[in-house]
Design a protein. Structure first.
Length: 186
């Protein structure tokens, strides 16, 4: 029996908070604890977090993600493509609307079409491959205030990292490598 001070949704949230010990295995409580840990990493500026599709996938590829957090209704489509002119392969992350537009699959610089090699919902790809990256996978909903904040504020995908990763430094290094690569051929 739990006494609450509020009614409706606020009362429900208070009851869940007060009964956390009893309801430890309930998804709502686990989701709240997970997002709280994620927010704590951000608040302490530990650089042991990532969010957004691109940054999270980079950290996954580095093996840095300990807990991968994904919105259960994430509808991003992961498309592996090959540029028909250069033969290079790349990964595109698209909305369902973008995936249906033919102009999405044209190389902006050459005008050549890119060939679709694989197409899969990103969350399905992550379910099939998260263990290959050494991460644990947690799905969240947008039903709790914390889950809703994660979906709206962080794009519905992120992670708690094993070690610090300076994503700004990583992006700057990648840009520098791209420039050096271009300079070598000019």
């Amino acid at each position: 029996m739990i006494d609450v001070s509020y009614g409706m949704e606020n009362g429900f949230n208070e009851a869940v908070r007060l009964a956390e010990d009893t309801l430890e295995n309930v998804k709502f409580v686990r989701e709240r604890q997970l997002i709280s840990k994620f927010m704590s990493e951000i608040a302490t500026e530990s650089n042991k977090y990532c969010y957004g599709e691109d940054n999270t996938l980079k950290c996954l590829e580095m093996g840095a993600v300990e807990k991968l957090i994904v919105y259960e209704s994430l509808n991003t489509i992961r498309v592996k493509v090959r540029n028909t002119a250069t033969g290079t392969e790349d990964i595109m992350l698209l909305t369902p609307k973008q995936a249906k537009k033919p102009e999405t699959f044209q190389d902006a610089t050459t005008g050549f079409n890119v060939e679709k090699l694989e197409e899969q919902i990103l969350s399905e790809f992550l379910v099939e491959n998260y263990t290959n990256f050494g991460a644990s996978l947690e799905f969240i909903s947008d039903k709790s205030p914390e889950g809703s904040q994660f979906v709206k504020g962080f794009g519905g995908i992120g992670g708690i990292l094993r070690y610090q990763v300076n994503l700004l430094g990583l992006e700057a290094m990648e840009e520098e490598l791209d420039e050096d690569w271009d300079d070598d051929f000019m």
